[in-house]
Design a protein around this ligand. Structure first.
Ligand code: ADP
Length: 370
C-alpha cells in the first residue's frame, strides 16, 4: 500500500512536465527543420508562403500530438491515479478500464487489475484466518476456564484421598505386601496433584511481579533446589554466575520456577552419569541464561512439539512445564530457544531484557517482604 501511495504521489508531482518532455524532442526537430528551411527560402520572397504553410503544419502536428498524448497516455494515467487513491482508501474492488487496450498501457492496466485482485484475495484470506483464530481463541479460553474450574473442584477431595492413603500406609504392618500398592497409589495421587497445579497455573497465569533483583541469586536458588533431586546420582550440576551482571528486572519466583523446570528435565534426560550446566551472562541490554545437559537429547521429530501444552514423553509427565516456562519468559519480554542433538544433549537459552518495560508492580528486591 505504501508503495502504491508513493507511486501516486510521484505521478502528481511529475504530471505537468512529462507532456513537455514527450513533446519537446518532436517540436524541437520540427522547428529546427523549419529554421533551416527558413534560411534557405528567406532569399526568395516568392516562396515565403511555403514557409508559412510549413510553420502552420508544424504547429498543427504539435497540437495533434498533444491531443493524442492526452487521450492515449494522460487519460489512463489519470484513471490509474484515481483508482490508486481509492485503493489507498481501502476499496479493493477497483479495476482500470484501459486494461482492454492491446498495447503496453493496456498491459500496465491488466497488471494493475491482477495486483488488486491478488490484494483482495490475500486480504480475504487474512480476514478468514483472523476469524478462525478468534473463534478458536474464544473456544480455548472457555475450555481453559472449564478445566481450571474442574481442577479447582478436584483439588480438595484429592487432598482428602491423599490423607486417607497415607493413614492406611501408616497403619499397615511393616512387612505387608499392600505397602507397595499404597506407595503406588501415593505416587499416582502426587502425579494428579502436579498436573492440577500446572493446569491451574496454565489456565489462570498470574502476571509477573517484576523486581530489580539479582538474577545470579535467583538461578543459584533454582540450582540448589535441583541438587536435592540428584540424590547421589553421578550427575555434576555446575553453576557459572555472571560476576558483572547488573540487576535484572524479573519476577524471582517465576524465573526460579522456569529454571527448576529446565533443570529437572535436564536431570531426567540423563541416564547414568552426566553433566548439567547453568551459565549466566549478559549482552548489551539482555540477560542470557543457558541450561545445557549431556542427556539423551530430543529427536528432530519431537523438537517442534516440546513447547505444546500436554506434550510429554514421560510416563509421569504433565507436558505443561515448558509451555509454562515459555509463557513466563515471554511475559518478561524475552524468548526461550532450544537446540538438541540426539544422544549428545540439549541446551535451552533464555534471553530477556535487563530492564523490563512491562514493569508490573515493579519494586526493589529489598522492599519485598517474603
Ligand atoms: P514434562 O516434563 O512434564 O514431560 P515439559 O513441558 O517440561 O513436560 O517437557 C516436554 C517434553 O520435552 C518432555 O516430555 C521431554 O520429552 C522433552 N524435554 C524437555 N527438556 C528436555 C531435555 N533437557 N532433554 C530431553 N528432552 C527434554
Amino acid at each position: 500500500m505504501e508503495e502504491i501511495a508513493l507511486t501516486s504521489a510521484r505521478l502528481h508531482r511529475f504530471s505537468p512536465t512529462w507532456r513537455l518532455k514527450a513533446l519537446l524532442p518532436i517540436a524541437g526537430t520540427l522547428f529546427a527543420g523549419l529554421l533551416l528551411f527558413a534560411i534557405v527560402t528567406l532569399q526568395n520572397p516568392q516562396r515565403h508562403w511555403i514557409l508559412f504553410v510549413a510553420a502552420a503544419g508544424a504547429i498543427a502536428i504539435c497540437a495533434v500530438l498533444l491531443v493524442v498524448l492526452a487521450v492515449l497516455i494522460q487519460k489512463p494515467l489519470l484513471e490509474l491515479n484515481e483508482k490508486i487513491d481509492r485503493l489507498r482508501a481501502g476499496d479493493l474492488h477497483v479495476a482500470v478500464g484501459f486494461a482492454r487496450r492491446e498495447d503496453e498501457i493496456g498491459e500496465l492496466g491488466r497488471h494493475f487489475n491482477e495486483m488488486v485482485e491478488q490484494l483482495r484475495t490475500t486480504r480475504e484470506e487474512v480476514e478468514r484466518l483472523h476469524r478462525t483464530q478468534m473463534t478458536r481463541a474464544e473456544h480455548l479460553a472457555t475450555l481453559g476456564e472449564l478445566a481450571a474450574g474442574l481442577a479447582h473442584e478436584i483439588r480438595n477431595p484429592l487432598a482428602g484421598i491423599a490423607g486417607v492413603v497415607e493413614m492406611i500406609g501408616r497403619d499397615l504392618p511393616a512387612n505387608s505386601p499392600s505397602r507397595e500398592i499404597v506407595k503406588e497409589a501415593q505416587s499416582e495421587v502426587r502425579h494428579i496433584q502436579n498436573l492440577l497445579s500446572d493446569l491451574l497455573q496454565y489456565a489462570r497465569p498470574r502476571p509477573p511481579q517484576i523486581l530489580a533483583a539479582d538474577l545470579n541469586e535467583t538461578a543459584e536458588h533454582a540450582v540448589t533446589l535441583a541438587r536435592r533431586q540428584l540424590s547421589n546420582r553421578p550427575i555434576e550440576l555446575a553453576f557459572a554466575p555472571d560476576p558483572q551482571l547488573p540487576t535484572v528486572e524479573h519476577d524471582p519466583a517465576q524465573m526460579q520456577q522456569v529454571l527448576v523446570n529446565l533443570l529437572l528435565n535436564a536431570i531426567q534426560a540423563i541416564e547414568g552419569a552426566g553433566r548439567v550446566q547453568v551459565v549466566i551472562s549478559h549482552q548489551e541490554n539482555y540477560a542470557v541464561v543457558r541450561v545445557a545437559d549431556t542427556g539423551h537429547g530430543i529427536s528432530p521429530k519431537n523438537l517442534p512439539k516440546i513447547f505444546r501444552p500436554f506434550f510429554t514423553t514421560k510416563g509421569q509427565g504433565t507436558g505443561l512445564g515448558l509451555s509454562l516456562a515459555r509463557n513466563i519468559v515471554e511475559e518478561h519480554g524475552g524468548r526461550i530457544e532450544v537446540t538438541s542433538t540426539a544422544d549428545l544433549g540439549t541446551e535451552f537459552t533464555l534471553r530477556f531484557p535487563l530492564r523490563n518495560h512491562a514493569r508490573t508492580g515493579m519494586k526493589r528486591a529489598s522492599e519485598v517482604v517474603e
